[in-house]
Structure formats: structure tokens, C-alpha cells
Design a protein. Structure first.
Length: 228
């Protein structure tokens, strides 16, 4: 939180591109509790779009899922709707933290629309907190440094990176060893490898077959129907 506080105290804002499903609620909860503990400067949190709709579903079903605090509701955390922001200069006048999808800053999404403005601001920062495919604008931005000239999209000209770029990891996926353990614990008869790096999928496949040779293992392919 030190880095965030430093940026906010300089009058800058923080942009965190996040996936609308799952990751947004994790970050809203984290930021809210850090503000409550006075470890993070109290500033406006911006969110909106489909993330708000998904949060309502999470809140409605909070008693049906495993939660440490079933009384905590994402909807009760003070937030400003991003869709109500017409002038991006508000982030210079009133520093805040923006949680916006898409998590990979795909073209024509709201996080992508923020990029030009954010990259041009000296005291701003962008935090990457999730996986980004190498062909996406988010990957190109998160692998750049302040002062570099980059072209993060074929639809945009080259631009100098004036803001800070920071990478943090909030993994949403289990480790491959944990996936293998889950197969054992559930006593599964069928396992379908859905997506992932080919080498990692091969590791999981070889490991499962080597230890649990009674299992029928499949690898899903786009356009093909599995017959179990």
C-alpha cells in the first residue's frame, strides 16, 4: 500500500484493469478493508458496468457460499460509477482508484479507453494484477517502463509512457500440483483439460495418468463435442 499512498499523495490516481468476474470483488474488498484499517489513504473507488451487476449476484448469494464474513456486501462499499465520468481530468482534481474491465485492456473496453489519458500523466500509475495474453494491449503496457515509447494497439499511434507501471500477482487459478490433488480427492473418473499453456497441460496430463491410470482423460478442443 506504500506505493499507492505515495501516488495518491502526489495528486495522482491508480488504474487497475481487472476481470469483471471474481477479481473485481477481491480488489474492492481488499481496498475497502485497507482503508478501514487506515493503511490506505481514503479516496474514491471507481467501478461500474457489468461488474456492478455481478456484485449484486455475489451479495444475494453470500449465505450460500463459503465466506469468512457473510455480512460483508460489496454493494455497501462506497463507489463511484465509472459510466458517470465524462471528464477524465476528475482523476487529477480528485485522486482515486479505478477498477475497470477488461483485465487485459482489450480494444474498445473501458479500461482500454483510459490508457491514453493514464499513460500521459506523470504522477499516475497502472497496476497489473492478473493474467494478460501476450497479444493484448494490457500485456504490452504492463511490460513497458516509465519513459519508454510504446504502441500498445494497432489502432493507436506510438506514445510515451509517463506514468508508473507496476505488476502484482493475485492468482485466480490453482497450481498444477493442486489440480492433481483435487482429482485424487474427488475420486474423479473423467478429467477434461480445458485451457492453458500446452506445456503445462502436458505436465498435468502425464502426472495424472502416471499416478491415476484408472481415469479417462480428455483435452477439450474448440468445435468438438466430447463423448463421455
Amino acid at each position: 500500500m506504500k506505493k499507492s499512498n505515495s501516488i495518491l499523495h502526489k495528486g495522482g490516481s491508480v488504474l487497475i484493469p481487472v476481470f469483471a468476474l471474481g477479481k473485481t470483488r477481491e480488489l474492492i474488498s481488499l481496498l475497502h478493508h485497507q482503508i478501514k484499517k487506515r493503511k490506505l489513504t481514503e479516496v474514491p473507488i471507481y467501478s461500474g458496468g457489468v461488474s456492478t451487476d455481478i456484485s449484486r449476484i455475489y451479495d444475494r448469494n453470500r449465505y450460500l457460499t463459503r465466506r469468512k464474513d457473510k455480512e460483508f456486501e460489496i454493494g455497501n462499499v462506497p463507489k463511484i460509477n465509472l459510466l458517470d465520468v465524462d471528464d477524465y481530468n476528475v482523476f487529477k482534481k480528485n485522486p482515486g482508484i479505478v477498477l475497470d474491465s477488461s483485465g487485459m485492456m482489450i480494444e474498445r473496453t473501458t479500461s482500454f479507453l483510459f490508457l491514453d489519458f493514464w499513460l500521459s500523466q506523470k504522477n499516475f500509475t497502472i497496476y497489473g494484477v492478473g493474467y494478460m495474453e501476450h497479444i493484448t494491449p494490457g500485456f504490452k503496457v504492463m511490460n513497458s517502463k516509465c519513459g519508454e515509447i510504446i504502441q500498445y494497439s494497432e489502432f493507436k499511434p506510438e506514445q510515451k509512457v509517463n506514468c508508473e507501471i507496476e505488476r502484482f500477482y493475485f492468482p485466480s487459478h490453482a497450481k498444477r500440483e493442486d489440480l492433481e490433488k483435487n482429482v485424487e480427492l474427488t475420486n474423479s473418473k473423467h478429467v477434461i483439460l480445458v485451457h492453458g499453456d500446452p506445456n503445462e497441460k502436458d505436465w498435468v496430463r502425464v502426472s495424472i495418468i502416471g499416478k491415476l491410470n484408472h481415469i479417462k482423460l480428455f483435452s477439450a478442443q474448440t468445435g468438438y463435442l466430447l463423448n463421455l
